[in-house]
Write a protein that binds this ligand. Structure first.
Ligand code: ZN
Length: 236
């Protein structure tokens, strides 16, 4: 069910893998995608199973992700268009979805503020992680920790040279070369560089989605499959 799970004080967080759900091949098993042709009931059951394991009975808030840099306050039962989400509410689970893009979880436990961001190539370049950190600071966060989850690594993510230059102009750390010697992007390296500049300590809990059969990879598996990144601040 998880590729990484940790607790830091009252903060629980996790990145899922593809196991422990009810979706059938090729989506098997724990598919959390919003769109795509996997069975809707299976995806609903996957969310139920995951939430029951991660934070039984807790409400969750998620996003309709659009590769931008908008950040919203968590509002359970809605699904706003945004790529960053924050809350100061205890027990609310924040969920973002990825399948090659970079999931980022953020917390200042002492201040009682948590956040999550979906940072693909466009979102990273547009500064969604920095925007999420900034929003957390307006809510009182001062000492933020971050966890970067699984994404397609720079050795596996080929892009046209012009696209690489465009992104590297904004974030030089993202420039990479694929294992077959062509221009690539390491979006997670870009995110880590941004977090460092923002004064956020980050744990790199990433693995390459494309190289791991345990994870969903848009580039390997196609559309309609998603992993989840979850975080919550437990009630005292
Ligand atoms: Zn890779």
């Amino acid at each position: 069910m998880y590729s990484f799970r940790a607790s830091a004080g009252l903060v629980d967080l996790a990145f899922t893998d593809r196991y422990g759900g009810v979706s059938l091949p090729p989506y098997a098993e724990l598919n959390l995608a919003v769109a795509g042709s996997d069975d809707e009931e299976a995806k609903a059951e996957n969310h139920r199973l995951l939430l029951a394991d991660f934070a039984d009975g807790a409400p969750f808030a998620d996003l309709y992700q659009v590769h931008g840099n908008e950040v919203v306050d968590a509002a359970c039962g809605t699904r706003p268009e945004a790529d960053g989400i924050v809350t100061t509410e205890r027990d609310v689970v924040l969920l973002v979805r990825t399948a090659d893009c970079v999931p980022v979880l953020l917390a200042d436990e002492a201040a009682g503020v948590i956040g999550a961001a979906h940072a693909g190539r466009r979102g990273m370049a547009a500064g969604v992680v920095t925007e999420t950190v900034a929003r957390m600071r307006t809510l009182g966060a001062t000492s933020i920790s971050a966890w970067v989850g699984p994404y397609v690594c720079g050795a596996c993510y080929e892009v046209p040279e012009a696209m690489q230059s465009e992104v590297a102009e904004v974030e030089p750390a993202a420039k990479a070369t694929t294992s077959w010697g062509t221009p690539g992007l390491d979006v997670g390296a870009g995110v880590l560089a941004q977090l460092a500049r923002d004064g956020v300590d980050a744990v790199d809990a990433s693995r390459c989605t494309r190289e791991s059969e345990d994870l969903y990879s848009y580039r390997r598996d196609g559309a309609g499959m998603s992993l989840g990144a979850l975080i919550r601040l437990r009630g005292a």
